[in-house]
Design a protein around this ligand. Sequence first.
Ligand code: NAD
Ligand code: G6P
Ligand code: MN
Length: 441
Amino acid sequence: MKKYAITIAGGGSTFTPGMILMLMDNLDRFPIRAIKLYDNDKERQDKIGNAFDIFMRERHPDIEFIHTLDPEEAFTDIDFVMAQIRVGKYEMRSKDEKIPPKYGVIGQETCGPGGIAYGLRSIGGVIEILDYMEKYSPDAWMLNYSNPAAIVAEATRRLRPDSKIINICDMPIDLMYKMADMVGLSHWKDLDFSYYGLNHFGWFTDIRDQEGNDLMPQIKEHVSKNGFADGIGTAQHLDESWVETFTKAKDVYALDPETIPNTYLKYYLYPDFVMEHTDIKHTRVDEVKEGREKEVFGLCNTITERGTAEGIDFEIDAHASYIVDLAIALAENTKEVFLLIVPNDGAISNFDPTAMVEVPCIVDKTGYKKICQGKIPQFQKGMMEEQVSVEKLAVEAWIEGSYQKLWQALTLSKTVPSAKVAKLILDDLINANKDYWPELK
Ligand code: NAD
Ligand code: G6P
Ligand code: MN
């Protein structure tokens, strides 16, 4: 079997240890010759890199492991880039979450004004990594988790249309684990599913077991009462605020009992509820810093201080398994079905062909083939047309340096009540993001 080399871009990410461990867990079907971590923050990446120097030397001495800030070293002679960068890090995520609520608007990592702000930071960073990959390893694939995936995907469609990049999200997979559990199955792969939408903005329309039996009635029954709560969690989304989100899905479901919604729709459909449950002094990013970040970097420090990784284990979860499975599908031609963020081009027949949509795709050595989802109903179409316009305007604003288009993007977001409020938030965000955004005129 061929052996593969992987670069994890955003090597200092809290998700890096999980991804390395997942790769090590799959060596029998996906042999690895090298893992390289790449980041532009030495201090942050070294914490994980130094610990994994020890971990890999002890457990997998035959696999080359490096962590570097040098793009040439990081991106030469590789087969895949797994990207998970956060331009501006948690410091800027905090502003995305805390600025809009000053004006009565939800503050969220990927939705509403915070998501747009993050988008305008991410575009340049992701394009830079994609260009490094194409320069040093032109045949490689980039699998991108870097958020906000919807805006990043639209930007790469516009700016690098021929690049081998696939944008993905782990949320629907976590939901599928929970739905599998609701019907007594154990893995998301036990489900056959239909789904359409934009990233963090979609709906399941059909769920069946492998024998073709309709599981929707049982799942609807559960979701109508409990949302996605009380299902099995994967190791990833366990904090209190996530439990609240999973529970709230029952009210999102109530709006269209024909479909099963993505949890992120709560920010668009129940922003009043979200605001009532927001503490502007302590938002999700604070929970992440006190939880996941502390835990991951704490374990890394312990390894480095002790000089051994013996007895230390990191969580490996659906987030890591999804991206590794996708790499394996591309490398080994497995033809499994994955939800990917791809150009619509008819997959949703009554929707903008140029939109980047999230639909199931069959993945093989050549890339992916979309599975058509047909026509979508007026309610979803209306919401998606508004939201896709927000995403497209944000990307155009970045490309053209246009204040006007960014103001339009914020105004059009369902989370923002008026052009006046949009302008107040925008001016505040411009000030906060001056080190990261292009100059807007
Ligand atoms: P993190 O802040 O812990 O890690 C991100 C790393 O990226 C940091 O080490 C940072 O220094 C690095 N970085 C920033 N800009 C860079 C650049 N230009 N080049 C190279 N490295 C750069 O963040 P996290 O919480 O672990 O999340 C990582 C990313 O994964 C985020 O974008 C997050 O939104 C995303 N994510 C996506 C999904 C999904 O469903 N698509 C799921 C989980 C996380
Ligand atoms: C889900 C989403 C991701 C998002 C993450 C936030 O997994 O699919 O796109 O980045 O949640 O998680 P966090 O724990 O950082 O708030
Ligand atoms: Mn996501």
